[in-house]
Design a protein around this ligand. Sequence first.
Ligand SMILES: C[S@@+](CC[C@H](N)C(=O)[O-])C[C@H]1O[C@@H](n2cnc3c(N)ncnc32)[C@H](O)[C@@H]1O
Length: 252
Amino acid sequence: MPEPTSIPEHEQEREHERDGRAVWDTDALPEGDEKVRAVREMFDTIAPRYDMVNRIMTLRLDVRWRRRAVRDLRLPSGSRVLDLASGTGDLCVDLTRAGHRPISIDLSFGMLAADRSGAPLVQADILRLPVPDGAVDGVTCGFALRNLVELPAFFDELGRVVRSGGRIALLDVGVPRNRVVRWGNGIYFGKVVPRIGGWLSDPAAYRYLPKSVAYLPEPPEMLGLLRSAGFVDVEHRPLSGGITQLLTGTRG
Ligand SMILES: C[S@@+](CC[C@H](N)C(=O)[O-])C[C@H]1O[C@@H](n2cnc3c(N)ncnc32)[C@H](O)[C@@H]1O
């Protein structure tokens, strides 16, 4: 049997570069399969410093947002919860602390390799979950909706795997309603975050972040999509003045 071969280093470099630039280093965001590949390779690249940059960029508010998401799941202790696009496993840590049994699922091997939550790790595309119908009590997902190619397909997949009466809590960045807060947030995400991210990690990845917000539909549209996917009691809550948003719902 032939030995498994690894890609030579110079070839690996070519895999995520085009014309000497990272595939996510572009003004026009990639679409379709190219977006999936760009997102995976981008997170592989920033994984080693992801947690540190996150804490600095959000002044540790991200810790509070994740705890709020776990609380708003309102599931009994011992529940089986999938944390989708789990990254380095921060939500899995909070889920375990709350007495749940999380499973960490992400596309990026680099992010999973940095996961210290102790939860079982699965490398998969969350648009096609390797999970039977109605098999889980709940789902959390932190700051990944805007990276997905097809949000309606993702919500349908949640409707498929969550049991009747199960709960979901989905976090992502938001657009504040207040004009002054929105202006300040725009400056912060558009100018300051790319600088901090550039100094501490990968400049192109942290230039992508403010652009990726454009992919999220307005809250009423997302709530409508969740209802169409079979969820009831769907709610949208702006957190910290709306710079982050939390979507929750119960599987009907
Ligand atoms: C901004 S990070 C968030 C990580 C973590 N949930 C958190 O709260 O810090 C986004 C994560 O989504 C993952 N991701 C993006 N698209 C994905 C997909 N289609 N399937 C699985 N994971 C995906 C990335 O690999 C990355 O780890």
